[in-house]
Design a protein around this ligand. Structure first.
Ligand code: SAM
Length: 252
């Protein structure tokens, strides 16, 4: 694999195009990656595939690129969404980064009864997702949705999308693990086809009994267990995304 730097640019990429870069991208290429005129870069924009470009002008503030050739056709990621209750900032950033690396199409932060933080910084999420996409050879960026109450998200849910609900507490929160009978089935056994899906991860404090009851009554919801240990939210997100991608996604 070439070691050319990869940049996401929201500009049309076409043969023979000459692209002026903004301050941030110019600084990154010239000062951080120490590239100069004649060096090559790889570009993607989420619609035109990946292109090789040559630095025509290595101005530190306004570099200019000439497109050389398309190196990869546009390819998307599976139709998978991640719904998660924001946790502490560093862990939340990690969830956004890993969800991008693991090929999530849409990242949907949700507030639940026990959610710690009621605010997110969407611009920060976008910049984390862009950097992760640039580094993982993705050809697109995940969509970052605004923070929304879980109840409202469920009210407007498209039932053709399966919601895989990571349920650490089973159907009887009063008994450890919901008691043997009430424990959710192993995720591996609950996975359907590659169709539109979403994964739901709760906050550090878990879901409330009311939320669990509501989720378990919805036809499009599949309660699943991620094993006999309580995972931190960020670990649960990574584990569930890995299982889905390997069984139903673009790893299979
Ligand atoms: N406070 C909860 C408790 O102590 O029971 C733990 C919440 S856990 C830290 C955060 C989220 O990760 C949970 O809401 C669930 O979505 C997911 N999770 C963690 N471990 C899990 C498991 N073993 N099975 C299914 N989901 C799990």
């Amino acid at each position: 694999m070439t070691t050319d730097p990869r940049l996401y640019l929201d500009l049309d990429l076409a043969s023979g195009a000459r692209l002026p870069l903004g301050k941030e991208e110019s600084h990154y290429l010239i000062n951080v990656m120490r590239r100069s005129a004649g060096d090559t870069v790889r570009l993607f924009n989420g619609r035109d595939g990946e292109w090789q470009a040559e630095i025509a002008d290595a101005n530190k503030k306004h570099a200019v690129l000439d497109l050389v050739e398309q190196t990869r056709e546009q390819a998307g990621v599976p139709d998978l969404e991640l719904l998660f209750a924001p946790v502490k900032r560093a862990k939340t950033d990690l969830i956004v980064e890993k969800a991008t690396e693991l090929g999530v199409k849409r990242i949907r932060p949700v507030t639940t009864t026990h959610t710690q933080s009621e605010r997110i910084n969407e611009e920060r999420f976008r910049s984390i997702a862009r950097e992760a996409a640039e580094q993982t050879e993705r050809l697109d960026l995940p969509e970052i949705a605004a923070l929304e109450k879980l109840d409202r998200v469920l009210d407007g849910w498209d039932a053709s999308r399966t919601l895989i609900y990571c349920d650490e507490a089973g159907d009887d929160g009063a008994r450890p693990w919901g008691g043997d009978a009430g424990r959710a089935a192993a995720m591996r056994d609950m996975l359907g086809g590659p169709g539109p899906a979403a994964i739901l991860i709760g906050p550090e404090g878990g879901f409330s009994a009311e939320e669990r009851d509501r989720l378990r009554q919805l036809d499009f919801v599949r309660p699943v267990s991620l094993g006999p240990r309580i995972l931190r939210a960020e670990t649960a997100a990574i584990a569930a995304l890995t299982l889905w991608q390997s069984a139903c996604g673009d790893w299979s």
